[in-house]
Design a protein around this ligand. Structure first.
Ligand SMILES: Cc1cc2nc3c(=O)[nH]c(=O)nc-3n(C[C@H](O)[C@H](O)[C@H](O)COP(=O)(O)OP(=O)(O)OC[C@H]3O[C@@H](n4cnc5c(N)ncnc54)[C@H](O)[C@@H]3O)c2cc1C
Length: 530
């Protein structure tokens, strides 16, 4: 049964879906948002594990579409915690009266383009169906947790937790021996805090990751006042950076300076803390030798902190710094000096199976009462491919993306008219400060819809040719860097069977310029029709 007739359906009520709703409603469209979770916030609704916080500074990790909003909201720390970001998302929902058009606890299961009607039919898990002229996927890049398939898991008698789907009431690990599987960004945030509660913590590490100290602190009200007095200029400056972040990228290549100067720059960035470390020199992500100097600097820090040389060695990555997501930590390496923390290198001692009382790895059994899976996400494509999406002629997105995602600008897909993906594969998304990238996509999509409506048109579709060229360009840019050199989730390497394709686009400024040009040229690369 086809229910309400809508102009647009938005799937997801994280920061992307919330702003999309606000924007389209402001244009007078009838919009319905479906959200699988019970509230707004997306990432910050689901990821409630201990230590969850942003690694982009709070004053940057926030909306800028409303100056009143950015002036009135007060952040308490340099990097906001998950509860604070969730409060912020709820504040935005209240302030812009968003909830009345959001249907919570409702998962979209299918979306198919009805060629005759020129509309999308969207089906939800409760058996209902709606139709809308436009379907906008705000389903998130990191919203489909990667659930591990360990042999024997069903026999485990303790509790299991997934960082990306954490119990709302929190978990008290007091008195519980805990195993954490995974050492990516989430694990690096959670491990120091779990170690303070649990009598013993076993960390099962497959690949060590580079972590730079956050140097987190309460946000000085004076600093915040100055940011707010200057917000527009700061936001504009951030957009000139490769990642859309304010940290400066040193224009000098590491290869052009002495080892002493390299060390000085790395040390200064280390003391400043955060992701800006990767901007120490302009060539870190293109020149292997330069990158190795940064890598060795971090390994030196690990050796200086971690007392047991064997543990320090196991924690030291050998890969390119930054080609996997750089982690930002608060006391991560120090945690391995605690007597109640054991690191198990699963490269040497592979996890054989989960048993009733714990984990068997490398022939040894580790007794645990609780297991925490910090095993990441089926990134960028996972949430989209969980929905049965069928475009013109009934072709499924699964078929189309069998060899990896193909999009035009990461926002549209040839063969799928009137469907948009916010921060989709082929856009800077996860390689950028995501809130400004979300805003840029939302505004571009809203403008495209406005353009159609102003001309009495109803259909927009990326051409196969434009998509082909864009995919080739995304690959060409990636191949000019060190990014594809390691087994990261950016290339789908963390999910068994996932096609290996470098998914995000590198470089915010050229990307935004391209999007603007496409729009200014009457949506070049798109076919527009009635
Ligand atoms: C732990 C963690 C820390 C992060 N820290 C940072 C950071 O510091 N800086 C940064 O820039 N980015 C960070 N990110 C990335 C973060 O995902 C984005 O910044 C941003 O929150 C994404 O917003 P979104 O609305 O696009 O997606 P999400 O927040 O993921 O929201 C998508 C929503 O869609 C819903 N959904 C998905 N599929 C369906 C369906 N079929 N039906 C109905 N609803 C559906 C989901 O339930 C979810 O609520 C982090 C991500 C994680 C996981």
């Amino acid at each position: 049964m086809v229910g309400r007739e809508l102009d647009a359906v938005v799937v997801g009520a994280g920061f992307a879906g919330m702003y999309m709703l606000h924007r389209l409603r402001g244009m007078g469209l009838a919009v319905r948002v479906f959200e699988a979770g019970g509230e707004v916030g997306g990432t910050w609704y689901w990821n409630r594990y201990p230590g969850a916080r942003c690694d982009v500074e709070s004053v940057e990790y926030s909306y800028q579409f409303s100056d009143e909003l950015q002036q009135e909201w007060v952040w308490s720390e340099r990097y906001a915690t998950q509860p604070e970001i969730l409060r912020y998302a709820n504040h935005v929902a209240d302030r812009f009266d968003l909830r009345r058009d959001i249907q919570f606890d409702t998962r979209v299961t299918a979306a198919s383009f009805d060629e005759a009607a020129g509309r999308w039919r969207i089906a939800t898990g409760d058996g209902a169906e709606v139709s809308a002229a436009f379907c906008i996927m705000a389903t998130g890049c990191l919203s489909s947790p990667n659930r591990p398939q360990f042999k024997g898991l069903e026999r485990f008698q303790g509790a299991t937790y997934q960082t990306g789907d954490w119990p709302h009431e929190g978990v008290d690990f007091t008195g519980l021996r805990v195993g954490v599987i995974g050492t990516g960004s989430s694990a690096i945030q959670a491990i120091p805090l779990i170690a303070q509660q649990a009598p013993h913590l076993f960390v099962f590490q497959r690949t060590p990751n580079y972590a730079v100290p956050a140097q987190n602190a309460p946000l000085d009200p004076e600093v915040q006042r100055k940011v707010k007095a200057n917000y527009a200029a700061l936001r504009a400056r951030a957009k000139e950076g490769r990642t859309g972040l304010l940290y400066p990228i040193n224009p000098l290549p590491a290869s052009a300076v002495s080892a002493v100067e390299q060390e000085r720059e790395y040390q200064a960035r280390w003391e400043r803390g955060g992701l800006g470390f990767i901007g120490s020199f302009v060539d870190l992500l293109v020149d292997r030798r330069s990158n190795e100097s940064a890598a060795e600097f971090i390994r030196g820090k690990i050796r200086a902190v971690v007392r047991d040389p064997a543990v320090a060695d196991a924690l030291s990555p050998r890969s390119v710094v930054g080609c996997k997501r750089l982690c930002v930590d608060i006391g991560y390496y120090e945690t391995f000096n605690r007597a109640n923390v054991t690191l198990i290198d699963v490269n040497r001692s592979p996890i054989e199976e989960i048993v009733a009382g714990g984990v068997r790895a490398g022939g040894d059994e580790y007794q645990v009462d609780a297991l925490v899976f910090a095993t990441g996400f089926d990134a960028m494509t996972g949430a989209l491919l969980r929905i049965d999406i069928r475009g013109a002629g009934g072709r499924t997105l699964k078929e189309k993306w069998a060899a990896g995602p193909r999009t035009y600008l990461g926002v549209a897909i040839a063969g799928f008219p009137n469907l948009f993906t916010i921060t989709g594969p082929g856009s800077p998304s996860v390689l950028s400060n995501m809130l400004p990238s979300i805003e840029q996509h939302v505004e571009w999509i809203a403008d495209a819809i406005g353009h159609l409506r102003a001309r009495g048109l109803g259909r927009i579709e990326a051409t196969g040719e434009a998509e082909q060229r864009w995919v080739a360009h995304v690959n060409e840019v990636a191949n000019g860097t060190l990014f594809p050199s390691c087994n990261s989730w950016y290339i789908g390497a963390n999910v068994p069977g996932k096609p290996r394709v470098f998914m995000p686009y590198i470089g915010v400024p050229p990307y935004v310029q391209k999007c603007n040009e496409v729009a200014a040229n009457g949506y070049e690369g798109f076919a527009l029709s009635a």
